[in-house]
Design a protein around this ligand. Structure first.
Ligand code: HEM
Length: 307
């Protein structure tokens, strides 16, 4: 039987809901999890049939603790661990709990809103919702900072290669390592920079999204530190979110990768710096308030788990 991955390589859509849940100790837990795996597959099949043009999907990731509590197969996916914080001199990539992660995407918010309701109805007796973010497409895929986000992402077959586990872990081939961080932006500090200074933080031009030449790009710019080579890439699906009346603005960073070590290397470059101390200037305007690693099983695995 062929291996079918979840929709980890889909492109960001107009609307996204991210949800993180923490499992509670309950005798119904394993039964509910079985039903949940069936529900995730049903939600995808249903939207594909009802709204074929909506590019709607629901991807579920499972954290290390949950994998153990639910007694899912052993050995575990090779790089599935509890994310350990990465501490630099000035900024820290914090580690926060999370058992199940849902990444819901559609052009029409109604579709993902109802998906989130179905998932929540099923999970509420055995889990607690600890994070929900409503992300949206901001202009031409800009982050709240005003810069286009996602340009250097892999495309076509590279997207599959970099997002999905290959022969290196045959038991989990087609699965993916999902890493997420909720960032809050200090917009007053950001807006106090000139456009030229903001461009030096990112390493690209703001209006037209052009990469700076190597002799102009600062070594502490975001793209100088996040780019760790053509062989080490991840698929990013960041979404902006914000609430103008409360002043909370942010980026939900989300990446799918064939290995967590690639994402970790990028985080180390950003937070610790390369060389040490030369940390990513974007962090002076963006604080990571969560950080959690999940594993995204294939659809075949979800089918097995659903009993
Ligand atoms: C590039 C924004 C966090 C990895 C970019 C770009 C922007 C951006 C605007 C340039 C356009 C593009 O190629 O996508 C942000 C924001 C973040 C964030 C607002 C959170 C505050 C992260 C994190 C990682 C990361 C945590 C890795 C763990 C990358 C990579 C690139 C990139 C690999 C492409 C570099 C290149 O090859 O040019 N990001 N990013 N980003 N970012 Fe981020």
């Amino acid at each position: 039987m062929s291996i079918e991955s979840q929709n980890v390589t889909d492109y960001p859509n107009t609307n996204t809901i991210f949800m993180v849940w923490r499992l509670v100790d309950d005798p119904k837990l394993k039964d509910v999890f079985q039903q949940l795996c069936a529900l995730v597959m049903n939600l995808n099949n249903s939207v594909f049939n009802r709204f074929p043009d909506s590019r709607a999907s629901c991807v579920m990731g499972i954290g290390y603790n949950a994998w153990n509590i639910l007694e899912l197969p052993t050995p575990l996916p090779k790089e599935l661990v509890n994310f350990e914080e990465i501490k630099g001199e000035k900024h820290t990539a914090v580690s926060t709990p999370g058992d199940l992660h849902f990444h819901l995407r559609a052009d029409d918010k109604s579709i993902i809103f109802d998906m989130a309701i179905e998932i929540s109805k099923l999970l509420t007796p055995v889990a607690e919702g600890i994070l929900e973010i409503n992300g949206f497409k901001y202009w031409d895929d800009r982050s709240i900072l005003g810069f286009v986000d996602g340009t250097e992402n892999p495309h076509n077959e590279d997207r599959d290669f970099f997002a999905k586990i290959g022969d290196e872990d045959l038991q989990y081939k087609g699965g993916s390592y999902l890493f997420t961080q909720k960032y809050l932006h200090n917009m007053n500090a950001w807006r106090s920079l000139s456009t030229g200074d903001q461009e030096k933080v990112i390493g690209r031009s703001k209006e037209n999204d052009i990469e700076m030449s190597d002799n102009l790009k600062p070594s502490n710019s975001h793209i100088a530190l996040a780019n760790i080579g053509d062989d080490l890439k991840i698929v990013r699906d960041n979404m902006p979110f914000g609430s103008p009346s409360t002043g909370e603005f942010g980026t939900y960073f989300i990446s799918y990768a064939n290995s967590f070590s690639t994402t970790k290397k990028m985080l180390t470059n950003m937070f610790v710096g390369d060389p040490v101390g030369n940390y990513d200037r974007i962090l002076d305007f963006s604080t990571a308030v969560t950080g959690t690693l999940f594993f995204v099983p294939t659809r075949n695995m979800l089918d097995d788990f659903s009993g």
